[in-house]
Design a protein. Structure first.
Length: 459
């Protein structure tokens, strides 16, 4: 589990729902703005057409010089009515007004038509769009009136700008509120992640945290906690049976061995019964060693030795382990190598337990490596922590069995000749007690490779 993934807010379901909601909100707002802009534009166009038609109907009653005078007066006082006008002969020759020629897009039918790019003397108005009307006067001339849409469209643009600002000011507080509201469920999920990691590490008494809100997360956590209660009960019963058997039989076995030892002392070395008694003693010692290993695993899994943790120097510890097992490797003609990186980070743990775990790994490597083979103990920096590696040139462990080697009493096919199948279980229990990550793989030397990353996986 990684809290980094949870801290990536955009991967959470709430972020995705917010993104979907935001897209729908923006799409709906754009559609609403588009319809509103379209309707307002139509309404303003209708106002422009109505204005130019009203002026046209007003001027159709004038003739001669009175029409020209009326147009000048309207131009002077009616600032929001007609923007441009022109008076032409039936042949299209300009008589008065700012239009230089009769617009081709305006038929003299007395109806309003959209116009643009008018031939006009006013450089400011040239190229503008609007509505115009051309109609014959009573004296046979042609009158053209134009009303630009620009001033009215400014109102449309103001409305559009106001709506856009409104949408923006709605989205920004919404995003800020989402960011603040999502922190609480993310913190709860991180607390659940930490509790789950402790459970995975073997702390079956840990439970997922609950709040007083009784929401969906609490419902799920309550279901998981009920399941954990049942799992812990079953595991405790099974573990208790195994531990009780190992504990209760240890004393009788010790008495049996003592009795056998006394019997062996009373039998002469040449007596045929001496060999049988020695074989029984060896089997008794093997059985007692298995019971001791089971009780050792039980002790480690119960987390009874965390009080002895301290910061250790890995170089000194590994050098001591190498010196301890070097004679055993020499007896088999093996080369025991030690490779330590400089400036290894300190390791927080119990020195005796780590010595036992790494020693078990090294003992297995020496046991299964062939005579004249190679065994290597190394340490380097990985993910900011010390990573200890034990590898050998032995037969290795098949990939299908690597996930099973840490189970109690499991022995790989290549190791069926010896051992109890409990050594690696003890190593796994020690690693779990420290929160370290223990992995098995294939070594470049040809055999098995065990790595112990000495960085607590549970924060």
């Amino acid at each position: 589990m990684s809290s980094a993934k949870l801290s990536d807010g955009w991967r959470s379901s709430s972020s995705r729902l917010l993104g979907l909601y935001s897209l729908l909100f923006v799409a709906w707002s754009c559609a609403l703005l588009g319809v509103l802009y379209w309707r307002v534009s139509l309404y303003l166009d209708e106002l422009a057409q109505s204005a130019v038609l009203q002026r046209a109907h007003l001027f159709e009653h004038f003739t001669g010089d009175g029409l020209t005078a009326a147009l000048r007066e309207n131009r002077r006082y009616d600032l929001h009515g007609i923007d441009a006008y022109g008076l032409f002969t039936p042949e299209g020759k300009p008589l008065a007004g700012m239009l230089k020629s009769l617009p081709a897009q305006l038929p003299p039918d007395g109806s309003a038509h959209p116009v643009s790019g008018l031939p006009i003397n006013d450089a400011y108005a040239r190229g503008k769009r609007g509505f115009g009307v051309a109609m014959p006067t009573r004296d046979g001339r042609i009158l053209v009136l134009v009303r630009y849409s620009g001033p009215l469209n400014q109102v449309n643009h103001l409305i559009l700008d106001a709506l856009l600002w409104g949408v923006s000011l709605t989205l920004l507080p919404g995003l800020l509120g989402w960011h603040l509201l999502r922190q609480r469920p993310l913190r709860r999920i991180q607390a659940i992640e930490q509790a789950t990691a402790r459970i995975v590490a073997g702390d079956l008494g840990r439970r997922l945290p609950l709040s007083n809100r009784r929401d969906e997360l609490d419902m799920l956590a309550a279901i998981v906690n009920a399941m954990l209660d049942r799992i812990e009960q079953l595991m405790t019963e099974v573990k208790g049976v195994c531990d009780n058997i190992a504990h209760d039989l240890r004393t009788p076995l010790t008495r049996v061995r003592a009795q056998l030892y006394r019997m062996r002392q009373q039998v002469a070395d040449g007596d045929p019964q001496s060999l049988a008694l020695e074989q029984v003693l060896e089997e008794t010692d093997t059985l007692m060693a298995r019971f001791r290993a089971l009780l050792r695993i039980s002790e480690l899994e119960d987390h009874q030795r965390r009080s002895g943790f301290s910061t250790l120097a890995p170089n000194a510890l590994l050098q001591e382990i190498h010196a301890f097992y070097a004679p055993l490797a020499e007896e088999k003609g093996q080369l025991l190598l030690l490779e330590l990186a400089a400036d290894l980070p300190g390791v927080i743990g119990d020195r005796g337990l780590l010595f036992e775990a790494i020693g078990n790994l090294l003992d297995n490597a020496i046991r299964f490596a062939p005579e004249g083979g190679r065994v290597q103990l190394s340490a380097r920096v990985e993910q900011g922590a010390t990573c200890i590696v034990v590898e050998d040139s032995g037969p290795g462990i098949a990939e299908a069995e690597r996930s099973l080697v840490f189970q109690r009493f499991h022995r790989a096919e290549a190791s069926k000749g010896g051992g109890f199948g409990l050594g690696l279980s003890i190593v796994a229990a020690i690693a779990g007690l420290h929160g370290f990550r223990l992995q098995v793989g294939q070594s470049t030397l040809g055999g098995a490779r065990f790595s112990l990353l000495c960085r607590p996986q549970v924060l």
